[in-house]
Design a protein around this ligand. Structure first.
Ligand code: PHE
Length: 334
């Protein structure tokens, strides 16, 4: 009776467990055989009941083996169709954002919190939007500042040398107040080296409204450098751009803590990160904005340069080679 209870309660999750069970009860030296051997020594009047009990145990054991076998086999069938459902999933590779995109998004985020929208324009430009409207008429010597890839001359079609061309388009199509950031790819006919490339990325900013002053520009740039680099010391050095007057280069105080700091700041601790200035009244006029009513500032920076600083990348060419070992290092960044 005890054996019957045990048999009825038995469950198996593997074929091996079931086989063990079968051998235990129905095998050559199994429980059923053992009890059957004892049958001889049972007194005659108990033989009938004893025999029934043995048969009951035998039948119960056989039935159990059969039902569990069927159950395990249908499980195997499921495995055959769907694979092992209990197996851990296969690992899959997720990609990473390119460091240029990471830094670009970071710059756009900083400026969006102070009300700048994002504008984009074509990479193939005409002479007007890349040069003439920006106070760089034909034969102006400052055109040599940016070696240009021409696609066609007369009328000139070229690969834009800066995203200031987007600002021209934006001013032509919108009325002040204007607060816009123009990110994009730009092209210059320069020798490729560790420090410069013929293709790179810029983010330029433009702010036009009534009574915009140089102080507004400086404060905005200070806010930007604090948010972007955690550095709160900047200096503006007088410079020249045809489209801004006055113009300046922006340096941040990077400090001198590591050997790399000495190398990238040439030992002064100061690092140039962008150009800026007050939009030249001629440029406003060219774009249909009245310079007597409005004024504004503009600034522009190279994304590669900023990414190189933030991630301590020593060679600009790494950005374009797309070596997975390089790209993988940015996986943890958002
Ligand atoms: N367009 C300039 C360049 O490409 C950067 C700049 C933008 C400078 C706006 C001043 C104002 O170098």
């Amino acid at each position: 009776k005890e054996h019957i209870k045990e048999v009825q309660a038995f469950q198996a999750t593997t074929k091996e467990q079931l086989e063990e069970f079968r051998i235990k009860y129905l095998g050559g030296k199994g429980v059923v055989k053992e009890i059957f051997a004892a049958f001889k020594s049972v007194p005659n009047e108990e033989k009938k009941a004893f025999g029934q009990a043995i048969n009951e145990l035998k039948n119960a054991s056989e039935e159990k083996v059969k039902t569990l076998q069927d159950a395990l086999e249908s499980k195997e069938d499921v495995k055959g169709i769907f694979g092992d459902l209990t197996r851990p999933g296969a690992p899959f590779e997720i990609g990473s954002r390119h460091p240029i995109s990471l830094v670009k998004n970071q710059i756009l985020d900083v400026f969006s919190t102070i009300g700048f929208n994002v504008s984009e324009g074509p990479e193939i430009e005409d002479d007007w939007h890349n040069f003439t409207a920006l106070n760089l008429p034909e034969y102006h010597p400052a055109r040599d500042m940016q070696d240009t890839f021409f696609i066609q001359t007369n009328p000139d079609t070229l690969l834009r040398t800066h995203t200031s061309s987007v600002q021209v388009r934006y001013m032509e199509n919108n009325t002040p107040p204007i607060r816009t950031i123009s990110p994009g790819r730009v092209f210059r006919n320069e020798a490729i080296s560790a420090r410069s490339h013929c293709i790179f990325h810029q983010v330029e900013g433009l702010y036009i409204d009534k009574d915009v002053s140089f102080a507004d520009l400086k404060q905005t740039l200070l806010y930007f450098t604090k948010e972007m680099f955690g550095k709160s010391k900047i200096r503006l050095r007088p410079s020249y751009f045809p489209f801004t007057e006055p113009s300046a280069e922006v340096d941040i105080y990077w400090g001198l803590k590591t050997e790399t700091d000495y190398r990238i700041t040439k030992g002064t601790g100061w690092l140039e990160i962008m150009g800026c200035g007050m939009v030249d009244p001629n440029v406003l006029k060219n774009c249909g904005i009245n310079p007597d009513e409005y004024s504004g500032y503009a600034f522009g920076m190279g994304i590669e340069r900023i990414a190189m600083l933030l991630y301590q990348i020593g060679d600009i060419r790494m950005f374009y080679e797309n070596d997975v070992r390089f790209l993988e290092q940015f996986k943890s960044s958002l």
